[in-house]
Design a protein around this ligand. Structure first.
Ligand SMILES: *Cc1c(COP(=O)(O)O)cnc(C)c1O
Length: 396
């Protein structure tokens, strides 16, 4: 079975490029050129060098001994938290800034929710000396002050968006509007495997370095390239797509994606798209979407800002539909517990997002000799105040 995108931009019934006519030329230019550019030898060499010397790759694959003893199985952590700027997002922004330069663009725009993608974008813009504008909902600007300040220090212009609920969805709409008005000089860096074709495929390819590394690193550790499980959290789904990429056709590897259940899937405060959503069009692609009867987007909720998204990348909708990947969820509380468990057993404070992947370790029964790779997509510095508040409440 083929799990990659077809030449029309679809994964089965999902994907495509449903964009307003005025955006068509921008998207078409990318569709026509992205593969040729990113497969070019010179691009690859520049991309690889920056991943190595600037982002700090390969990120370690760490055998977590005490965590393994606790769960009575063999657990490896893919340490994306050790990348420059603290998460996997830098893999994508490095790739896209190199693409933008080859397209002759001089101005970069991005949307951001929690600010992580905004920071990763502002970072590569500083690195390349390109102008950077980041759209961010007014509410998020207030909630995520440290990241707003980081972006400003990096030289980016952060534009607060006052429409709608003043969060990520509204910031995305504003970024699209900007792109329509500035088609000549501007590249729009999307932060996950979402948006119109070719973004989901472009971002998955740039993040696929994660599974490329897991293969040889696991072989060094265990003598085999294939684990029994790969577990990753899913917001839009870019760290999961990158972690699954080179294993899609390895049927013996169970691919597990973990969504944020928030306060519980039945509470109305959740972001578990596969449980609560149905097919629809969001941000230019057909995919699973949390929506009302008449197609209005339902506001998602999660304690983790990076998973707080009402859709999911079209590749994941397809992996779900075909059964190639298993979709699970974890609540706020389960994830907070899992974050403390990792911290106290291994001395690693994870971001709230990958804490959802860690929470799944409590729900599965593993055999003694099974090999489980968990993607630690980011570090927890940004979430410290949430953790401390929880610590005081439940007296950990
Ligand atoms: C943004 C973010 C995520 C969610 O994005 P994906 O595209 O689903 O990977 C997960 N973890 C961290 C640390 C993030 O910053």
């Amino acid at each position: 079975m083929d799990f990659t995108v077809n030449d029309k931009g679809f994964y089965g019934e999902f994907g495509g490029a449903f964009v307003p006519e005025m955006l068509y030329p921008n998207v078409k230019e990318l569709q026509d050129k992205y593969l040729k550019i990113i497969n070019d030898k010179e691009f690859q060499s520049e991309f690889r060098n920056l991943l190595k010397d600037y982002a700090g790759r390969p990120s370690p694959l760490y055998y977590a001994k005490r965590l393994s003893e606790y769960y009575k199985t063999q657990i490896f952590l893919k340490r994306e938290d050790l990348n420059h700027t603290g998460a996997h997002k830098i893999n994508n922004t490095i790739g896209q800034i190199l693409l933008a330069r080859r397209l002759g663009k001089t101005r970069i725009i991005a949307e951001t929710g929690a600010g992580q993608h905004g920071v990763a974008t502002a970072t590569v813009c500083a690195l390349m000396g390109l102008k950077c504008v980041v759209y961010m909902g007014k509410l998020d600007v207030e909630r995520q002050q440290p990241n707003v300040l980081r972006m400003k220090m990096l030289g980016a212009e952060v534009i607060p968006v006052y429409s709608g609920n003043m969060t990520l969805k509204d910031a995305t709409n504003e970024a699209i509007r900007d792109w329509i008005n500035n088609p000549e000089d501007t590249h729009y860096i999307i932060g996950s495997v979402v948006g119109p074709h070719p973004y989901p495929d472009l971002v998955a390819r740039l993040q696929s370095v994660i599974s490329e590394e897991i293969k040889w690193q696991l072989k060094e550790h265990t003598g085999k390239e294939n684990p029994d499980y790969i577990i990753a959290c899913v917001g839009g789904g870019s760290n999961a797509a990158g972690a699954f990429y080179h294993y899609l056709n390895e049927a013996d590897v169970k691919l597990v994606a973990v969504e944020a259940a928030g306060k519980g899937v039945d509470t109305g405060e959740s972001a578990a798209t596969m449980v609560l959503g149905r097919p629809g069009v969001l941000h230019g692609s057909r995919t699973m979407v949390m929506q009302t009867e008449d197609g209005q987007i339902v506001e998602p909720y999660s304690i983790s800002a990076g998973l707080d998204y009402p859709g999911i990348g079209p590749i994941h909708s397809y992996l779900h539909k075909t059964g190639r990947a298993i979709f699970e969820y974890a609540t706020d509380d389960e994830s907070l517990m899992a974050a403390f468990r990792l911290t106290r057993l291994e001395g690693i404070i994870p971001a709230l997002e990958p804490a959802h992947a860690l929470a799944l370790l409590d729900k599965y029964k593993f055999q003694n000799n099974e090999v489980v790779v968990v993607i630690l997509s980011g570090r927890g510095d940004k979430d410290l105040s949430t953790y401390i508040q929880y610590m005081n409440e439940v007296k950990i």
